[in-house]
Ligand binder design. Sequence first.
Ligand SMILES: NC(=O)c1ccc[n+]([C@@H]2O[C@H](COP(=O)([O-])OP(=O)(O)OC[C@H]3O[C@@H](n4cnc5c(N)ncnc54)[C@H](O)[C@@H]3O)[C@@H](O)[C@H]2O)c1
Length: 248
Amino acid sequence: MELSLTGRTAIVTGAGNGIGAAIAARLVAEGANVVVADINLENAERQAEALRRDGGKAKAIKVDVVKEADVNAMVDETVAAFGSIDILVNNAGLTRDMRITKMSEADWDIVVDVILKGSFNCTKAVLPHMNERKWGRIVNISSRAHLGNPGQANYSAAKAGIIGFTRAMSLEAGRNYITVNAVAPGIINTDMIRSLPHWEKIKENAEKTTPIPRVGEPEDVADAVAFLVSERAGYISGDVLHVTGGRY
Ligand SMILES: NC(=O)c1ccc[n+]([C@@H]2O[C@H](COP(=O)([O-])OP(=O)(O)OC[C@H]3O[C@@H](n4cnc5c(N)ncnc54)[C@H](O)[C@@H]3O)[C@@H](O)[C@H]2O)c1
């Protein structure tokens, strides 16, 4: 299937690592210009450099998605470098897992802020550029945790919030032919999940209980995102695509 992404410009947040890095690589492989945006500039530079070495068009930008001024500067830099913004993938996220009685206010705030306020800031900043061109694709990375996980009250609430945000945005942006969807991954083999103390057990359990008997790879999520941001998905909006090996 021809995704027709050549010449489109995408911003992928949290693209210095894991799922975001795989999404950036997939979009570059499809011919898009990609901004590898991350709070960790060293990782972002490394990813962008690797993509350029393979002949792709990629630029690293340091951004803290929670800070409006950072996000606006990122959008200005993107337009200066590539001339437009057609695609936004709100992927930056993090976990601070803890039972609620032990969860600090700071643990709550940082998770909700990066996931929800970060998506708000980035969406608000790119929409005027998409409205002007009457074309746009926004994909928000939620999680199967939107159903609720013990020890993840902050993360589950934020990832469920992302789905409400996605639906509201799809209703606001649709008139300008901009689609807004969410992708909800299951257990994906990245640093975020490998750093959990029981990773080996989680992996073993996933291999036993997931209908597709393996953990997911970042590329599994990247393929779903590439379709949703493509020309081929112009009539799909406000939806949630689960990439969970059937575990949903
Ligand atoms: N790995 C999984 O199993 C899994 C499952 C479901 C959903 N997700 C979601 O996928 C997304 C990517 O997760 P991952 O597993 O690749 O994690 P990761 O930790 O490998 O990557 C997350 C990236 O986000 C960046 N980031 C964090 N805070 C930021 C901020 N304030 N501004 C800009 N960048 C920031 C980090 O520097 C990092 O590069 C997250 O939203 C996560 O919640 C992951």
